[in-house]
Design a protein around this ligand. Structure first.
Ligand code: DGY
Length: 426
């Protein structure tokens, strides 16, 4: 199968590149999904992928967003740029100094449910617990149990218009000269704007000056956001960690407390009853970020909305041709930003293109709430995009043409899942 070829082609032994030229190192949440894909034809190799990622865990528990195992590349920021040695917690392997959405525990629980790997679960459980504990402590604010992120790259949806206003309030001072690597292999029109990119880099300069100390970053990072996607995936990861803890006979009280607090506050902080949407919360500006993007549907994946909220999300938004449903111009689900947003663009990164990961998460969420017909449409659209344009990083929702990286690993990995039609255990 072609999906297997893509994963084999991007396999460098110890880890799998998310994209052959655009992303030549190991990325955290990509790697979790890649392991899920690999498990369809080589379970042992899938476990190696996970062990490699965990080998770069920081002393305090953080699991970094990029691990630079070996070979130099033309990727920017290069490992030296991060200066992680300014932190006493940095691991011996070069990594970035920030994290990414926590999908790993959910994937491991799924692998265990499908293949029964109790020894592996026992081996990695302490590292998973430490990472999630780190998120719940180093990134805790306002007693809500919701965690915050400090950089758009931590959201995984880098140039989402949800971040525009916050980024616009940041004025980079004495920014080092740098050369973007991301527009060497992909047209600039499909990548973040230069202004946003400068702020991405400027934030890293602030973090390295602060030695990546969580307390100092809480004070000094101008970007401090409680993100709906990140907290949804953490909630789900906590549920999966709890299931694993029970199977291993490990203590569960701490995890149960995380779940309880997160569940109690998720809807209070993020749900906008007037508009029937989930919004992120900007902790610095102390305001809801009222931008309508497809992230609003992801809480369905973790069972966080009640039935009435789920219905509003679907009826008022997902099926609404002015926002997300296909219309005369748009042929495919699911545009990553509502068409009604002024920032919407068909081919630019997270401003509009279809991403297989979002379709996969929302497909499972819709199944969970019984919207089976619409779920099936998302699944079919995803498979059609792949058949039509190959395993691309994202797709133009108007005609399904491919954008971003070619031979994109997680699109290949998730093709196995979407084709089999099997949702993850909940
Ligand atoms: C990039 O380089 O664009 C990545 O998204 C950062 O993680």
């Amino acid at each position: 199968m072609q999906a297997e070829q893509v994963l084999r082609q991007n396999d460098v032994g110890q880890f799998t590149k998310p994209g052959p030229r655009q992303y030549p190192h190991q990325w955290n949440w990509d790697s979790a999904l890649i392991a899920l894909g690999l498990s369809h034809f080589d379970l042992e190799r899938a476990l190696i992928e996970i062990r490699s990622l965990l080998s770069a865990q920081w002393q305090d528990g953080m699991l970094p967003h990029i691990v630079y195992h070996d070979a130099p590349s033309d990727y920017f920021p290069d490992p030296g740029f991060w200066q992680i040695e300014s932190s006493p917690n940095a691991p011996p392997i070069p990594t970035s100094g920030i994290t990414q959405p926590p999908l790993l525990t959910t994937v491991i629980r799924c692998l265990h449910a499908r293949h029964s790997i109790p020894d592996f679960v026992r081996e990695v459980y302490p590292a998973l617990l430490r990472w999630q504990r780190w998120l719940h402590t180093a990134r805790a604010a306002n007693g809500s149990g919701l965690v915050y992120i400090i950089h758009p790259w931590e959201s995984g949806t880098d140039d989402s218009p949800r971040w525009s206003q916050t980024l616009a309030s940041i004025s980079p001072q004495n920014l080092t000269d740098f050369r973007r690597g991301d527009i060497r292999h992909v047209p600039a029109a499909e990548r973040p704007y230069q202004d946003d990119y400068e702020r991405f880099i400027y934030l890293i300069e602030i973090f390295r000056q602060q030695g990546y100390q969580p307390q100092a970053l809480r004070v000094h990072s101008p970007f401090l956001v409680q993100d709906v996607l990140f907290n949804t995936l953490l909630y789900r990861a906590d549920q999966d960690l709890l299931a694993l803890a029970r199977q291993l006979g490990e203590p569960t009280i701490e995890i149960e407390e995380w779940l309880e607090r997160l569940r109690a506050n998720f809807n209070a902080y993020f749900w906008d009853e007037a508009r029937g949407l989930y919004n992120d919360y900007d902790l610095r500006a102390q305001r809801r970020i009222e931008v309508n993007t497809a992230i609003t549907f992801v809480p369905l994946f973790a069972g966080l909305p009640n039935e009435a909220q789920a219905r509003r999300l679907v009826v008022e938004h997902l099926e609404n041709p002015a926002e997300y449903a296909p219309d005369r111009d748009i042929r495919y689900y699911l545009t990553s930003t509502s068409k009604a947003e002024p920032a919407w663009e068909a081919r630019r990164y997270w401003r509009g293109p279809v991403w297989i990961i979002l379709n996969w998460l929302v497909w499972q969420g819709l199944r969970r709430y019984g919207f089976d017909h619409l779920a099936e449409t998302l699944r079919q659209d995803s498979l059609e995009l792949i058949t039509r344009s190959g395993f691309r990083e994202y797709y133009d929702p108007r005609d399904g043409s491919g954008c971003g990286s070619v031979a994109f690993s997680w699109s290949a990995a998730l093709a196995f899942e979407l084709e089999s039609g099997t949702v993850m255990p909940d």
